[in-house]
Design a protein around this ligand. Structure first.
Ligand code: ZN
Ligand code: ZN
Length: 303
């Protein structure tokens, strides 16, 4: 199961309804955070998202709105008696900034924190998935991230039935790519086994409209993209994206669903709908991210 949560959906300054940037991917019970703005841990508590299950935090860039919740989260994990390590990844200087953060105040910690500077081309490999950073166009070193599940194989039930293979333990061999003997015939894996593409979720972080995002988000099930302002104001926000541009990216990358986030506080109290409408003119399957909103990732998998 791949679940995605938008946890904080404001930009720069929180509003009454929205806290600072944070998104979570829940993969088979393991929680990966993408950014950790102020307010993130409290929102996760409200939605019972299990802070202790967070294994890795991916920071898109070190602007305060994207990491200001990290210190509080680290402290809470300590208070809750965490023992397993926490991994923090991000663009160049992530090790340095994490080190500085951990040396602030009288700060006690009984578990390890490992920070790592990444570059595009790296892959953080977890159990059944990997996360890859990619460069975006922002005023400081900044990444987007691709979360991608490993491809897997499954047996086509209809074809198995036809061959009378349904309940056979030979299925395991076929899935492993070996041919088997069955009722005097040789069954090749290609006859019954199908590839199931892994699910893909992309979060772009803070960025202007960027070719690299279109390339890396290709075919994603969900693209979470910033849309700081409407297109009429984009010239004032050189390193950000308008709702229209986010939708163009989604359209060009051929994603399944676009989730807008990182709204300027000028779009509050329902005014966010303007951004939604602007985006939907270009890409119909667009939704607004909300704090605590959940999306299940269910791609078009062959039955
Ligand atoms: Zn930001
Ligand atoms: Zn920024």
């Amino acid at each position: 199961m791949v679940d995605v949560w938008t946890i904080g959906t404001s930009s720069a300054v929180p509003t009454r309804e929205r806290s600072l940037p944070c998104n979570m991917v829940n993969y088979e019970g393991e929680r990966l955070l993408f950014d950790c703005g102020e307010g993130a841990q409290r929102r996760m508590m409200m939605d019972k998202l299990g802070l202790m299950k967070i294994s890795r935090v991916f920071i898109t860039h070190w602007h305060a709105d994207h990491f200001s919740g990290l210190l509080g989260l680290i402290q809470t994990l300590e208070m809750e008696g965490r023992e397993k390590p926490l991994y923090i990844y991000g663009p160049p200087r992530t090790e340095e900034f994490t080190e500085r953060l951990l040396n602030l105040g009288y700060f006690q910690r009984n578990y390890d924190i490992f920070a790592e500077d990444l570059v595009e081309g790296d892959a953080i490999v977890g159990e059944g998935y990997e996360v890859r950073p990619f460069e975006v166009d922002h005023s400081v070193n900044a990444f987007g991230y691709v979360f991608e599940e490993e491809d897997s194989v499954k047996a086509n039930k209809e074809k198995m039935k036809e061959l009378g293979l349904e309940a056979s333990p030979k299925i395991g061999k076929l899935k492993a790519g070996e041919s088997v003997e069955w009722n005097g015939e040789t069954i090749e894996p290609e006859q019954v086994i199908e590839e199931v593409p892994g699910r893909k979720v992309v979060y772009a972080g803070d960025t202007a409209k960027c070719e690299n995002t279109i390339e890396k988000a290709e075919g994603a099930d969900i693209l979470i993209h910033e849309s700081t302002v409407g297109h009429d104001l984009i010239d004032e926000r050189r390193y950000h994206t308008s709702a229209k541009q986010a939708a163009e990216i989604a359209e060009e990358a051929g994603v399944g669903k676009l989730v807008l986030t990182h709204f300027s506080r000028r779009y509050r109290g329902g005014k966010e709908q303007e951004l939604l409408e602007e985006a939907r003119e270009v890409f119909e399957n667009t939704v607004l991210g909300e704090d605590g909103k959940h999306f299940e990732v269910s791609p078009n998998r062959p039955e």
